[in-house]
Design a protein around this ligand. Structure first.
Ligand SMILES: Cc1ncc(COP(=O)(O)OP(=O)(O)O)c(N)n1
Ligand SMILES: Cc1nc(C(=O)O)sc1CCOP(=O)(O)O
Ligand SMILES: [Mg+2]
Length: 285
């Protein structure tokens, strides 16, 4: 099977209380369409039966969009629903036990609230860690904020992917990115938004702007890649293929409906609104 790709940037977590009258699947679909590239099912007051039903529904959705699905807290539900992994906190099942049950092919994320916990999770083989709560948040009331100081520490010392979480909104995300986060996670700001896709898109744009090392937001272009809206600062098709880690792979690039010869990638610009299909051939032959 092999571990799913976890090169995520925007992590959206479910929070049904934040969108009364709208279905979880439709809200999460909008988040994905806006650019959320990993999803977590988190429902603290739901029966296990109901959680499993939700996991099946999100499993179908995330497979359709080729986005990893993680289950908060419940390893058994993750296994039953064939999710890509779990997220565990400091009071959940320990990482070593979880790894023994889940094996190497599933993702395990661990919440951390200080650098000692972060380094312990890293040494224990976590695939990523959560760093938070950066700001006070109604989603986890009563938890003391770790502030952007801990984000700065994590950026300096942690060598596995870390995602900043907790009270992050479009109004404060720049400070979190400035502190060194390259991945952002949100519940209320995305699923509580009237327009989850637009909000996710705006988060993704800010993340990409900071990740592009010196690229200003104005150098970003919005393009459609395999049916998904993405932001890129790539100048050429060759650069864009590299950005997606596909440079060495056997792929075909279709640009605005026309197949582009590999020799032309270096000389073809990526323009705002470009429609791309990146088709990756798997297997030998
Ligand atoms: C990405 C991410 N980070 C942190 C958490 C919090 O996990 P935990 O501390 O176990 O708290 P609960 O979510 O279980 O209330 C998370 N779920 N996801
Ligand atoms: C679930 C969770 N875990 C946190 C941690 O720091 O471990 S903060 C948090 C809540 C995130 O929700 P919102 O984006 O609505 O603040
Ligand atoms: Mg937990």
């Amino acid at each position: 099977m092999g571990k799913p790709n976890i090169t995520f940037r925007l992590y959206a977590i479910t929070g049904e209380n934040y969108h009364p009258g709208r279905s979880m699947v439709s809200v999460m679909e909008q988040a994905i369409r806006g650019g959320a590239d990993i999803i977590q099912l988190r429902a603290k007051d739901t029966s296990k039966r109901e959680l499993l039903a939700q996991a099946y529904a999100l499993r179908e959705l995330t497979r359709r969009y080729d986005v990893p699905l993680l289950i908060n807290d419940h390893i058994d539900v993750a296994l039953a629903a064939e999710a890509d992994g779990v997220h565990l906190g400091q009071e959940d099942l320990p990482l070593a036990e979880a790894r023994r049950i889940l094996g190497e092919d599933r993702i395990i994320g661990i919440s951390t609230h200080n650098i000692a916990q972060a380094l312990e999770a890293q040494a224990g083989g976590a695939d990523y860690i959560g760093v938070g709560p950066v700001y006070p948040t109604g989603t986890k009331p009563g938890r003391q904020a770790v502030t952007t100081d801990y984000v700065r520490e994590a950026a300096a010392q942690v060598r596995i992917p870390f995602v900043a979480i907790g009270g992050i909104t479009l109004d404060n995300v720049d400070a979190v990115l400035e502190a060194g986060a390259t991945r952002i996670c949100a519940v209320s700001a995305i699923v509580g938004s009237d327009q989850p896709a637009e909000t996710a898109r705006a988060f993704k744009q800010r993340i990409r702007a900071y990740n592009a090392h010196g690229a200003s937001a104005s150098s970003l272009k919005q393009v459609l890649i395999n049916g998904r809206q993405e932001w890129t600062d790539a100048v050429t098709i060759a650069g864009l293929v590299e950005q997606y880690g596909l440079g060495a792979k056997r792929i075909v690039v279709e640009l605005n409906g026309v197949i582009l010869a590999r020799e032309a990638w270096l000389h073809t610009s990526v323009d705002e609104g470009a429609k791309l299909e990146l088709v990756h051939f798997v297997g030998g032959g």
